[in-house]
Design a protein around this ligand. Structure first.
Ligand code: PLP
Length: 460
């Protein structure tokens, strides 16, 4: 066991310490390789070393370097090292944490970690939460709670509202929760890519006139496209007035609420009935760490509570948290340990400081990108994401789209940063998102140099 662990840990540490020098995006043109990899289940055992050789030499490098400092694409995260150790412990001890009775102290650590998220987000004491595998599953659970609370068995009447900028997981989650696409309204966003509250009110009124039951709004605390934060406070007012559930998708943006000076755009966040958070983004934990908070913990329990003749009963369900009574899973991993250990080891202040640093880096990056020749900023950073396009005199929108796409690709090909774009409001926009704890000033300098060089190539 020790020899195997030494072999693995040694390679992992070499990997981490070389992240700085790894290309921002490996060779992912790997269809041939993947075909060659297909094989039947081996009948015989294999030694560990050659498997690790293939993993670390041939397969891991052929990927987006999502944990590296140059990953400014999509929504970065990182993967803090102690979280991997927590998973190692969790998987080694392999204790059962689906029910409280099976490992009360361990489950309490998970409950503590959820309470910390609750306190950070200024949710009330009666709020309860759930660690999920990601933001998508958190939103799915939230919509189930909203549906149970407001529709009961009358699911077909229910209408859910979100914006045309919402993450596609909202539509998927609605469908999983039995709310079909014809009962989901994508309200148009304004020129700042934020949900139009006026249009929301009109859509709700129109659906009521048709005899339908508006029951939930899913707003965004930071969209994936451009980082737009919906007017959360005003949407909360609408939901109060209309007696609807307000879910906020904070998969990207919620952890900015940790920083006092970021509270203004996120005002209204603590008023939500439920909130999706993604610790594998804003807390830099490994993938597989999502979280849900529900203001009225009883609503989360009501949606998932179940008994089985063979299971131990929870003695005090109000006092002791039982994961399987707050979510759809019974047997599960122990995600709470990686959150708990990371927060204990680093302290909240370190997370707050890392988020604040990303914000400062983004403001500087946006200022310097805006100064590059031909760049137009379409979405200034509300949090740590901004979007832009390339233009020149006489350019058609199609020319601009193609040039902006080329700019993202050529910049990424230089190997120091990875950047991507999105198509929204009929335009292709380049985007930069700074949310990896390994990204620091020098990488922003590299971003600016490589964007500038690519612009020279494209315009030349
Ligand atoms: C990432 C993201 C999601 C989806 O979360 P997963 O963890 O990938 O399932 C949803 N909404 C937003 C705004 C996101 O950035």
């Amino acid at each position: 066991m020790r020899a195997m662990a030494d072999e693995v840990v040694g390679r992992c540490i070499d990997h981490i310490t070389s992240l700085d020098r790894q290309p921002s995006c490996g060779d992912v043109d790997a269809a041939e390789l993947c075909r060659a990899l297909r094989e039947p289940a081996p009948e015989q055992a294999t030694a560990l070393e050659p498997l690790l050789d293939s993993l670390f030499r041939d397969w891991i490098p052929r990927s987006f370097t999502a944990s590296g400092p140059g990953y400014l694409a999509y929504i970065p995260g990182g993967g803090v090292y102690p979280a991997a150790l927590a998973d190692f412990i969790a998987n080694t001890i392999n204790r059962y944490t689906g029910v409280w009775q099976a490992a009360p102290a361990l489950v309490q650590l998970e409950a503590n970690a959820l309470d910390w998220l609750r306190d950070w987000m200024d949710f009330p004491p009666q709020a309860r939460g759930l660690f999920t595998s990601g933001g998508s599953m958190a939103t799915f659970n939230a919509i189930v709670c909203a549906r149970e609370r407001h529709l009961g068995a009358e699911i077909r009447r229910g209408v859910l509202y979100t914006s045309d900028q919402a993450h596609h997981s909202v539509l998927k989650s609605a469908k999983l929760a039995g709310v079909m696409p014809d009962r989901v309204r994508a309200i148009e966003s304004d020129e700042g890519f934020r949900l139009r509250v006026g249009a929301l009110g009109e859509a709700i009124a129109a659906d009521r006139r048709s005899g339908l039951t508006p029951f939930a709004v899913v707003s965004s605390a930071g969209t994936t496209n451009t980082g737009a934060v919906d007017p959360l406070d005003r949407i909360a007012d609408v939901c109060d007035r209309e007696e609807m559930w307000h879910h906020i998708d904070g998969a990207y943006g919620a952890f900015f609420y940790l920083c006092e000076n970021m509270r203004d755009p996120l005002r209204g966040l603590p008023r939500a009935d439920s909130l999706t958070l993604d610790p594998h983004k804003g807390m830099f934990l490994p993938y597989g760490t999502g979280a849900l908070l529900v203001r009225d913990g009883a609503a989360l329990r009501a949606a998932h509570e179940a008994t089985a003749a063979y299971l131990p009963q929870v003695p005090h369900p109000e006092d002791y948290y039982d994961p399987s009574q707050h979510g759809p899973e019974l047997s599960r991993g122990f995600p709470g340990l990686r959150v708990w250990l990371s927060v204990k080891l680093f302290g909240t202040a370190a997370f707050r400081a890392a988020i604040a640093e990303k914000r400062v880096l983004t403001l500087e990056a946006a200022r310097r990108v805006a100064a590059l020749p031909g760049i137009v900023i379409d979405a200034p950073p509300e949090l740590s994401l901004f979007a832009f396009h390339l233009t020149w005199p006489g350019a058609t929108p199609a020319d601009e789209d193609a040039a902006t796409r080329a700019l993202m690709e050529q910049t990424t090909r230089r190997g120091r940063v990875m950047v991507t774009g999105c198509t929204t409001h009929g335009r292709f926009l380049g985007r930069v998102c700074v949310l990896n704890f390994r990204t620091h000033q020098s990488r922003i300098d590299a971003l600016i140099e490589d964007l500038a060089a690519s612009i020279r190539e494209i315009r030349g």
